[in-house]
Design a protein around this ligand. Sequence first.
Ligand code: GLC
Length: 558
Amino acid sequence: MKKKWWHNKTAYQIYPKSFLDTDGDGIGDLKGVIKKLDYLKNLGIDIIWLSPIYCSPLADQGYDISDYYNIDPRFGTMEDMDTLLAEAKKRDMHILMDLVVNHCSDEHEWFKKACEDPDGPYGKFFYIEDYKDGDKLPCNWRSYFGGPVWEKLPGHDDKIYFHAFHKKQPDLNWENPLLRKEVYKMINWWLDKGLDGFRIDAIINIKKLLPFRDFPADREDGLSSIINMIENAEGVGFFLNEMAEETFRKHNAFTVGEVFNAKEEELPLFIGDNGYFSSMFDFEEAIINASQKGGFNAKDVTAEQYKEAIFRSHSRMENIGFLSNIIENHDEPRGVSHFIPEKDLTETAKKMLAGIYYFMPGLPFIYQGQEIGMENVRFDSIDEYDDIATIDEYKVALSAGLSEKEALDAISKISRDNARTPYQWDDTKNAGFTTGKPWLSVNKNYCKINLASQITDPNSVFSFYKKMISVRDNSSYSDTLVYGKFTPYMKEVKNLLAYTREGDKKLLIIANFGNEKQTITLPKKVASVIISNTGRDAITDTNIELLGYEFLLCELYM
Ligand code: GLC
């Protein structure tokens, strides 16, 4: 594996709508991001991924783009974007935008032109089929946000178009070379402007299984999961390689793909040296206990399942490339609420979870608010939720027979809005996020969990993150933590999550993923404790009694 400039960096995801609002409209903006660059630099962040800020009707919060070349006025102006790029460069920070090119918005001019003339050139930018009421649909796939993937083409009773996500997100037809050319032109336009790269959205969906065909129905609605399309479509690599060749490689851009369901034999093509992307998210930990029936049916994740998932995905990547590691993002519940049982949700446990994922091989991403231990939100009514996926999940839960209260309980665990509530800066009104009315309610726990109360406290979750970042990225342990060999340790011991990283030093990462003490024999004597979440500063014996949720990063004698 060739060494790259970004290997010893830490990345941070900003969801601009919920980060910081500087003009009082209740929506976070680019000026808010610029204002907090110094905060992020001080935390130790080098790479920032911005969720979409392009013009958009915001049906799916910006993942439905109506103009790829402009900034949505709610987020700011192109001038703000230029300022952000310049200010980041000054601080030696790198900005990534979200590249959403599986689909655009139904309000994009390409789609409007396709509706005007479905047989014209823009009709071929989409998947449009002839259809008469009563006909069978071309395939019975269920869109990610519920209902069939087909929708009547506006203005045409005899035509339908394909949407893998919401009906306001028509899929772009990547089989059409003219469409691909337009996409590459746009990517190059941003890279020429000085952008450092992209996080690439839903990209595995660009290859459709053609001709469209049915799969056995898997719910009462008579539809089948769209995952069948991804598992059976061959040839996405051609598009991905062409895109990389025409755009990213020419600019030496940094890219991270959102890749569900990558086939093991294809991993070197995805993120090996000269792969389609620099890195990727594989979501092994996010899909634990995913249920065919719907999110409401997902069971709580156990420590053993978590260990199994993260170890498996890293073993697959060994010597191939750098995965991007997360515990949460804007599509997931908060990691601490998802992976730690509610009754055990303490600062100690939050730090333990942070330590485990952060020192795994790969590039760590921190999602906004994670560094202060933000938790899931509990809304009292479905009307308080905004996210389209959550609202669909709620309906699915009701139609599966759950009561309104049960459905609300179920979605409160999985809702994407858990991660989208405003950043908790301090304990003033609206957590210091806005002087107006926030577009999504602030989590009521903001007086307890906020940055202002943590930033100068050496024992806070924030300080723990800051320490982890400086140890991994800028210390005598960096080379081992970034490139050292990863080996699971005592994998079979229940609620123990431990591994070594070996390079010019030998390091042990060890965590008791449970609230009961356990005694463990260490592989070697400990030379020094580098990070602890309990204040332990030395270990003299090779037998150690780990406290509940204790985490340690130590150097071992070679
Ligand atoms: C990705 C995004 C998600 C969005 C979807 C459709 O999964 O992360 O937020 O809804 O793609 O663009």
